[in-house]
Design a protein around this ligand. Structure first.
Ligand SMILES: Nc1nc2c(ncn2[C@@H]2O[C@H](COP(=O)(O)OP(=O)(O)OP(=O)(O)O)[C@@H](O)[C@H]2O)c(=O)[nH]1
Ligand SMILES: [Mg+2]
Ligand SMILES: [Zn+2]
Length: 277
């Protein structure tokens, strides 16, 4: 039978199929061949033997969090505790662009900011909206429900940003564990420990463990450059320009003329390891 892995707890894989759940192990050969099942994987399994026999080809896969077959990512972005960071936001957007996952920027903890602070943040986020990314607040439940419909979405973001809290609000039956944020450290305590996939509003959502830092492994400078989608609006006269050195580079000019947000360009330089001197 064919099903989907919705949770993995050590060597037990919870496979969902036609509304039933099956607790399966993997065929021994998987380990030998270094095949690691992920939450989101579509699998062929044996319902009586409770064994996963085959993993079907993935649309995409991530190592942190360990998930596959994602259409859309909700980047759960706290405005304070943990602090708002455009650098983290850009990092996550780059990852999603590289994996062809659509981006929803979902901000949380608006209630803890003053009107002035909020206006500043929204001004910055407006730039992202103009690039075509959806921007919502965790208060906009109706908008979020619309975005979830018909897709598989992963909720990702820093520990303590409010992923599980928002999912509980979307479906009060779930009662996912949520945690306090340490005021001393300004971050959460890794309350969610495993990835879980749930069905919701004709779509699927995944709650994932948050992180405190996020690095790029194994992505080329070219991948990272392509992921800054606005650069394409300013075609460079130089072939394969890295937009770092050439005086006449049109991306550099666009930054200078404020058509490209300066923090975006600075983050690009940071990510490719060419911080401006
Ligand atoms: N004031 C305020 N607090 C919020 C909001 N959203 C979440 N919180 C609080 O933030 C804390 C952390 O929320 P969680 O939902 O556990 O965060 P998480 O992103 O799931 O964290 P991990 O599971 O550790 O990755 C909890 O105390 C929530 O009550 C919000 O919009 N406003
Ligand atoms: Mg959580
Ligand atoms: Zn250039």
């Amino acid at each position: 039978m064919q099903g989907q892995i919705i949770k993995i707890i050590s060597d037990l894989h919870v496979v969902s199929c036609d509304g039933e759940l099956y607790l399966c192990k993997c065929r021994g050969i998987f380990r030998k061949d270094h095949i690691v099942p992920l939450v989101g994987d579509y699998v062929i399994f044996h319902p009586e033997k409770k064994v996963i026999e085959k993993i079907l080809p993935r649309k995409n896969e991530f190592c942190r969090p360990r998930v596959s077959n994602i259409d859309q990512a909700f980047l759960i972005t706290s405005l304070i505790h943990p602090d708002f960071s455009l650098s983290l936001l850009d990092r996550l957007i780059v990852l999603m662009e590289i994996h062809h996952v659509s981006v929803v920027i979902c901000i949380t903890k608006e209630d803890l900011l003053t009107q002035e602070q909020l206006a500043d943040v929204y001004q910055q986020l407006n730039y992202y909206r103009q690039l075509g990314y959806s921007v919502v607040s965790n208060q906009d439940l109706e908008k979020i429900k619309e975005l979830i419909r018909g897709k598989t979405s992963v909720f990702t973001g820093q520990t303590g940003a409010g992923k599980s809290t928002l999912l509980n609000r979307l479906n009060p039956d779930w009662n996912l564990e949520t945690g306090e944020v340490s005021l001393a450290l300004g971050r959460g305590k890794h309350t969610t420990r495993v990835v879980s996939l749930f069905e919701l509003y004709d779509g699927k959502v995944m709650d994932t463990p948050g992180f405190s830092a996020l690095d790029f492994y194994g992505y080329s400078k070219d991948d990272i450059r392509e992921a800054f989608i606005e650069f394409q609006q300013f075609p460079c006269p130089f072939k394969n320009c890295t937009h770092t050195k050439e005086e006449e580079c049109s991306v550099k000019r666009a930054v200078f003329e404020n058509h490209i947000m300066s923090s975006r360009y600075q983050n690009y330089l940071k990510f490719i390891g060419e911080e401006e001197k």
